[in-house]
Unconditional design. Structure first.
Length: 254
């Protein structure tokens, strides 16, 4: 065997060869380079599957999008705003009364009613049922419209027997309750609103009477807005606590 020029060291390149040997030694030598089977597992074809990686990315993106979208179904009731408008007359069906009964049944914690005329015994019974379930039910009535006789007697009696707290309102002050002025000239507690759980308020021209539902031309709006309902509830509490304007049935002697 005779060395050929290619087998001989390259003239003037000894340092380069030595450097190469040292580098290869640090890397484990050219003959000890990692084989395909010993490479990092994430580079293997069965792990690094472009189609699988794309699918994972799409699923992740879709999940993130769903989390970012608001969910109406899961929103708390107090955040679900809206309104409903009803008009009478509705005839014998008394559709507004039926709608109010439904709202009363839906209440969970509190119902406060401020009313000018109240003759509907059905609505009075609905309030009594709510009160018996432990719901805070209270009623403010115009003192001169809440008579214990005549057309107002039945609904008032139902509320009384059901132990629903009632306070009578004298808009010109309790001290003037025996005023000899004609009823027409006296100021009135003319509110017509009911607040449910401080989240929904029913208000309008509609008195809680059979006449208002069957024959009169009235309106009632149910407003699902916590801030609006809260203002009505605050006004109710303000008058309820003002004993210069209100008194209980026992105090009134009526």
């Amino acid at each position: 065997y005779t060395k050929t020029p290619t087998d001989a060291p390259i003239a003037g390149n000894t340092s380069f060869q030595e450097e190469s040997r040292q580098r290869n030694g640090r890397l484990g030598g050219g003959s000890h380079l990692a084989s395909p089977s010993s490479r990092s597992s994430f580079l293997r074809p069965e792990y690094f599957n472009p189609r699988r990686q794309t699918m994972k990315y799409l699923l992740f993106s879709f999940s993130a999008l769903l989390l970012a979208l608001p969910s109406h179904a899961e929103a708390p009731p107090e955040e679900q705003k809206g309104f409903e408008i009803l008009f009478s007359p509705t005839g014998p069906k008394r559709l507004i009364q039926a709608r109010l009964e439904k709202q009363i049944r839906s209440a969970r914690k509190q119902i406060v009613l401020a009313m000018y005329q109240f003759t509907s015994d059905q609505l009075a019974k609905a309030l009594v049922k709510a009160h018996k379930k432990g719901i805070d039910v209270r009623v403010l009535l115009d003192a001169r419209q809440a008579s214990s006789s005549g057309i107002y007697a039945r609904a008032r009696e139902t509320l009384e027997k059901g132990n629903v707290p009632i306070r009578l309102v004298y808009p010109d002050g309790v001290s003037n309750k025996r005023s000899k002025k004609s009823r027409a000239s006296l100021p009135k507690w003319h509110h017509k609103f009911c607040v449910f759980d401080k989240m929904i308020v029913a208000t309008g021209s509609y008195n809680w009477t059979v006449l208002a539902d069957e024959d009169s031309h009235e309106n009632l709006m149910l407003i699902g807005d916590k801030r609006v309902a809260g203002q009505f509830a605050s006004r109710f509490e303000e008058i309820w606590k003002d004993h210069t304007l209100t008194e209980s049935l026992e105090e009134s002697g009526k």
